[in-house]
Ligand binder design. Structure first.
Ligand code: UDP
Length: 316
């Protein structure tokens, strides 16, 4: 049996682990490469007995090799929560530069398809709304988010350089805010923050005036868009996200409704400068080129996420 082999850098992370699950379901052999700096071995523990899955503890900032044939290299390795990358700015810069080169070199050596997880953060605090792929963004090059934004912009530049220089088959997805089971309870992002606050009866901390907007995509929808792009002949970049946009005040209210919580909503100062004021993907390309659009409603995605968080927090 000669199964296709996919290497997933960041395979123990929130998105990486869901991608491993999908690839295994599609009949791939999968190797996760993760240093567990923000990834969690628990996210892939259910795959331990699967003979088609293996996990390597490895920091992709250091050069590494993989034995045998590799058909796909997926680069999902990076701290991705603003709280995480504020704490790990150097690691974030290095994984988005050296880590991207090392995974690109692996794909080049193995003649594999290379898939880069980029982000809506490349658009910075966008002045164009919703954001189409043609928009070049509005990024502060030395602000507190720059370690992530510029590292991902650098990654995109590196991917296209390898494509142009070596003819590597590359794909870039720009991922917008995503939520679902396996997000870390304390990763600082708004979904885990509001959900754990609501479930524990604590006040929901809305940052700033709460008028900033985000558009939340359920993880199964996102992984489906990613899988379709990986299997397509499209190089991207292609936005994948849910265009259903809301303010953080509206979102806090929806979380209270979904959890049945009577927590208060409290306003606290924005902890990071350059918090984008608005974000919503233009998914025209994903629709027309990949035949993809999100299917899961916020209420149903939240219900599954709440079940997960209840278990993690030990609340009934
Ligand atoms: N946010 C908030 N309260 C929190 C955490 C985040 O109001 O406890 C806001 C944050 O200011 C931002 C939005 O929610 O405008 C999304 O933040 P997140 O950290 O999830 O990701 P981002 O989209 O900023 O990368």
């Amino acid at each position: 049996m000669n199964l296709k082999h996919a290497v997933v850098a960041g395979g123990a992370g929130f998105l990486g682990s869901h991608l491993c699950d999908r690839l295994l379901k599609e009949g791939f052999r999968v190797t996760s490469v993760d240093n567990f700096i923000t990834g969690n071995p628990g996210n892939i523990a259910h795959l331990a007995s699967n003979a088609l899955f293996s996990s390597i503890q490895q920091d992709i900032i250091q050069p590494f090799t993989i034995d045998g044939d590799v058909d796909y290299v997926f680069n999902f390795a990076s701290p991705a929560s603003p709280v995480d990358y504020l704490e790990l700015p150097i690691e974030t810069l290095l994984v988005g530069s050296a880590g991207t080169h090392n995974t690109l070199d692996l794909a080049k050596a193995k003649n594999a398809v290379y898939f880069m997880a980029s982000t809506s953060e490349v658009y910075g605090d966008p002045t164009v709304h919703p954001q189409p792929e043609e928009y070049w963004g509005n990024v502060n090059p030395n602000g507190t988010r720059s370690c992530y934004d510029e590292a991902k912009r650098y990654s995109e530049a590196a991917v296209f350089a390898y494509h142009r220089k070596f003819g590597l088959d590359t794909k870039v997805v720009r991922i917008f805010n995503t939520y679902g089971p396996r997000m870390r309870v304390n990763d600082g992002r708004v979904v885990p923050a509001f959900l754990s606050q609501a479930l524990l009866g604590e006040p929901l901390t809305v940052f700033g005036d709460g008028k900033q907007t985000r558009s939340f995509c359920y993880v199964s929808d996102l992984i489906d868009g990613i899988y379709r792009l990986a299997m397509s002949n499209q190089p991207g970049p292609i936005n994948v996200g849910n265009p259903s946009e809301r303010t953080m005040i509206e979102f806090a209210e929806e979380i209270l409704k979904a959890t049945g919580s009577s927590s208060a909503i409290t306003f606290v100062p924005l902890p990071t400068a350059d918090d984008p004021k608005q974000r919503k993907p233009d998914i025209t390309k994903a629709k027309s080129l990949l035949g993809w659009q999100p299917e899961v409603e916020l209420s149903s995605g939240l219900a599954d996420t709440i079940t997960y968080f209840k278990e993690k927090l030990g609340v009934a």
